[in-house]
Design a protein around this ligand. Sequence first.
Ligand code: ADE
Length: 253
Amino acid sequence: MTTIDVVTIFPAMIDAVLTEGVVGRARTRGLVDVTARDLRDFTTDKHRMVDDIPYGGGPGMVMKPEPLFRAVEAIAAERGAPDAVVLMTPQGRPLTHEEAARFSRMTRLVVLCGRYEGIDERVTDTLVTDEISIGDYVLTGGELPALVLIDAVVRLVPGVVGDESSVEGDSFVRGLLDHPHYTRPAVFRELAVPEVLIGGHHADIERWRARQRVTRTLARRPDLLSRVDESTLSADERRVLAQVLDEAKEHSS
Ligand code: ADE
């Protein structure tokens, strides 16, 4: 079983989210064990202090090293040495599908939720194995980023998502965005579902969807297209991609 221990000053934030949905079900089915640990339980002073003023001055507070070290050591003693100790921080590498997949193959993960003013650098230097950011914006703490990471990781653990082909088809697995989806009714407030999807001609539907995936990616995320691994694309996608790139070249010349 995959165990994920989250060290935070707001354990209720973690518990509130991870009891719902696919992750909640994975936990009750015994596929993953996610435990929120209150950082204050690892303090030794009367006031259960987890932060202190920064050496060198400046605004804000810095998370103290002792409680974080004690927390990770207690978790390691209970579970065994972790495969990774991840710190959520805007200073980290961007979270990608590849990073999530790498963590999903591990058995023991510890996730530290920092606060944005920062944590003592000796923690990062000696305890943390991976610093991860969920995007170029600053949040008030690492709890929401930890939830994002855990959700992305847990759904890649085998058995968590019922239909494995739904995970393999994910946008960032193959480097293409998804095609549009429609359900009944066929006409909703005068808005019709594209004709091709109604006909039931599977080859035509797949060609249409392939074109949608490629043109959408080109329009919205051209950065993905330049990195796409052609060997993961279907014949339709490869053909449409070559065509669309040709057309784009003609327009620009
Ligand atoms: N903590 C605050 N902002 C963050 C971000 N963007 N990613 C990860 N951790 C954070």
